[in-house]
Design a protein around this ligand. Sequence first.
Ligand code: ZN
Length: 403
Amino acid sequence: MQSVTKLRLVASPDERRMLFATMERYNAACNAISPVAYSEKQFSNISLQNRLYYQIRETFGLSAQMTQLAIRKVAGSYRSTQEAIREQNKVLAALGKPLKILTEIWFRKHGAICYDARVLSLGRNRVSIWTLDGRIKLRYSRPDYFPAVATVKQTDLIYRDGAFWLYATVETPDIEPAKPSEYLGVDLGVVNIATPSDGVTFSSDTTEKVRQRYGRHKGVLQKKGTKSAKRRLRTISGRERRFKTNTNHIISKRIVCAAQGTKRGIALEDLKGILLRTTVRHDQRERHHKWAFHQLRSFIEYKARRAGVLVQVINGAYTSQQCSACGFVHPDNRQTQAAFCCRACGHTENADLNAARNIAARAAVNRPIAVCSPDTRGEVESQACKEHGATHGIMPPTSIGGS
Ligand SMILES: [Zn+2]
């Protein structure tokens, strides 16, 4: 499977100068290639190379490979922009709105350099990278989620927030996950981002505070509306997004490690269970959480795949209303957001933890849930109708659990 890993480079002032100079020259070359590509509508690597290779190499004093990489960046940018416009236009045409057209692309002075293996090689702790002053070796910080066995496909050199980064596209071998007998159930939510069926709950307190702080700052800038305020707004939004992404990396890594270390699979609920619980508010907070939530889910899934941990998606209906001790299901079992108290057996527990245990149990045993005792059946059914309208009654037993 392919994934992108971000590595922060450690560069001295001298090395930074070399990297900036290389970036500027490379993007200047791109800006010389772009008008020709645009006016002649030539977006293939080979046709642009035949047309411009010697001219660009001579004018900008780039190595053979760097010249080719600049040509490839321009051609690739036009092709992907053209493809994106084509997709957008399908929607715009259906809505009867004016269509978008391809315009000439301009490359930023400090835009990314797309290196390949011939001009950049990634070692265990150092990277060897081509610059105008020859090859230089730089140290980089290796995040703990960087795969140990990986083949680097392509690496982009990026300048962002005052530092140089490598965005490495790595290919890691898939490990066939073994079928475990036990599962770590994970309840994903808004108040608690993730609650595993054992271990520590990841609360959203910190991320919510950060979101609010950024939110206030963004509000002020939005009111201002000047060009520089808009630029600042983009920077802040990017930072906030990266903070949240980083948090999700940490949480997903811990969950996958916990499952791997105990030779268990990971159980997540399907979207049905989540839709049953969440409200349909569309404010900023809700949208933000929804985005973060889907990201966390996808991180858990891909990290698990990389670690050879099986992910089982289970039917999520009533995981928050069911007692993890006796199996009794009733809406009144969940008294508040945080507290669970079983009306049948008196079992009390943190509500998210109770849900996580149910999720783990459902993945391990492929059997129907004891939805409720006959005398309360009608009550539960009507509750289901109120909450999600269309679905009546209980999910059929065949859709519970996995294969
Ligand atoms: Zn109970």
